[in-house]
Design a protein around this ligand. Structure first.
Ligand code: SDX
Length: 380
């Protein structure tokens, strides 16, 4: 097989690992975490239980879950060094940049890199799951000119994050919806940020650097940043009548429509189906959102034009409408994605350690050979 037959742009369709963490069937729109369908987990589980399932490969017993939840609850606070560091970040900085820097900074305090020590592994998992939400909320509060709000140890994972944004205990239904959103975003096989995590993990660096690497990758608008762009797009469209001309303009200009398309799914993302239902439940309970009709019309028109190319809503299309109804600022949408995906990244980090093979692919060199060095005086 020649190099050009092997090479696939963006490694499209090229297996980069053998994994037991999750499975996606892009033709039938199926997503499983450790063999369990996402619809089941969204209905019956919680984000912390799902994180345990992804990372340790089995559903926890009642005792294991209570111990895991207790450990996370008691490790939510971040050192004052991290908070003070965040106070030096520019107020105009994007929360994803602050998160990437802060996650790497955790490595300064906790690295030690005893990767063969199960206690080190467990401590790193607990610290990262526990502290990432606190860092996101802390940066948000600091940027608003307020002191960060300390975690509320009485509240569960999802409720505590919403509490740290407002210092008010959230509506239980809103907190449950947010918890399901975290479950839906927790893991998704070999997406770009998880691939980054595995490549970084393969060098046997510390897990804090692995998470910082994955956060930086997720920050890109083609990956994690799309849900924030979707709301901007719906606002730009402005009315149901403007949807069709907008779609025609985008397609004519080969402009990607945010929240649509996927490297694997060629049908509607099963997470988008669940998120659309959550949005409708929220609207019924907490009041309607005029953007929703525009979104539904946009989905219909995009399917009419490019459905045959397998372009349907992905996870980012309805998530922004859910977060907006939960009064979460739009520039925290991608950090929310990161908070959830820490579970999947950690699962792949642990799995990669058992592979113990550094990633080092090859390339097809298309440059020059045997060129002479040109003295400065002869350069143009
Ligand atoms: C996530 O991988 C994961 O699992 C990611 C994720 C996860 O959970 O981790 O699911 C989360 O990243 C969701 C995706 C969020 N991003 C967006 O919504 C941005 C818009 N989407 C596109 O940029 C695009 O669909 C990608 C990046 C998601 C997928 O890109 P691919 O697989 O590389 O597809 P492509 O760019 O090669 O496009 C193939 C064709 C092209 O047409 P042709 O040139 O062949 O004629 O499909 C068209 C594209 O123009 N196309 C789109 C489109 N996405 C693809 N046309 C219009 N709008 C789009 N959104």
């Amino acid at each position: 097989m020649t190099d050009s037959e092997v090479f696939k742009e963006g490694l499209a369709g090229v297996p980069a690992a053998k994994s037991r963490v999750s499975h996606v069937d892009g033709t039938d729109g199926i997503l499983e975490y450790r063999g369990i369908r996402i619809e089941e987990l969204a209905k019956s589980s919680s984000f912390i239980e799902v994180a345990y399932l992804l990372i340790w490969g089995k559903l926890p017993t009642q005792g294991e879950l209570e111990e895991f939840e207790y450990e996370i609850r008691t490790h939510r606070r971040i050192k004052y060094h991290i908070r003070d560091m965040m106070k030096c970040f520019p107020e105009t900085g994007h929360p994803m940049d602050a998160l990437q820097t802060s996650a790497a900074a955790l490595g300064l305090f906790y690295a030690r890199r005893a990767l063969d020590d199960p206690n080190y592994i467990r401590a790193a998992v607990v610290r990262l799951l526990a502290k990432i939400p606190t860092m996101v909320a802390a940066f948000h509060m600091i940027r608003e000119g307020n002191d960060p709000i300390q975690p509320n140890d009485k509240l569960d994972y999802a409720s505590n994050f919403l509490y740290m944004l407002t210092e008010k205990e959230p509506d239980p239904f809103a907190a449950k919806v947010f918890d399901v959103c975290l479950t839906l975003h927790a893991e998704h096989t070999m997406n770009a940020s998880t691939f980054s995590a595995r490549v970084t993990a393969s060098t046997l660096t510390d897990p804090y650097a692995v998470i910082a690497s994955a956060v930086g990758t997720l920050a890109g608008p083609l990956h994690g940043g799309a849900n924030e762009e979707v709301l901007n797009m719906l606002e730009e469209i402005g009315s149901v009548e403007n949807v069709r001309p907008y779609v025609e303009k985008c397609l004519a200009n080969k402009q990607r429509i945010m929240g649509f398309g996927h490297r694997v799914y060629k049908v509607k993302d099963p997470r988008a189906i669940i998120l659309q239902d959550l949005a409708e439940q929220l609207f019924a309970k907490m009041g309607h959102d005029e953007y929703y009709e525009i979104a539904v019309e946009l989905e219909k028109v995009v399917e009419e034009y490019v459905g045959q190319k397998g372009i349907y809503p992905n996870v980012d299309f309805y998530s922004g409408l859910v977060y907006r109804k939960l009064d979460i600022p739009s520039d925290l949408f991608t950090p929310l994605f990161a908070i959830a995906r820490v579970a999947g990244w950690l699962a792949h980090w642990k799995e990669q350690l058992s592979v113990n093979k550094i990633y080092r692919p090859t390339q097809i060199y298309i440059g020059d050979h045997n060129l002479s060095y040109v003295p400065m005086t002869e350069r143009v």
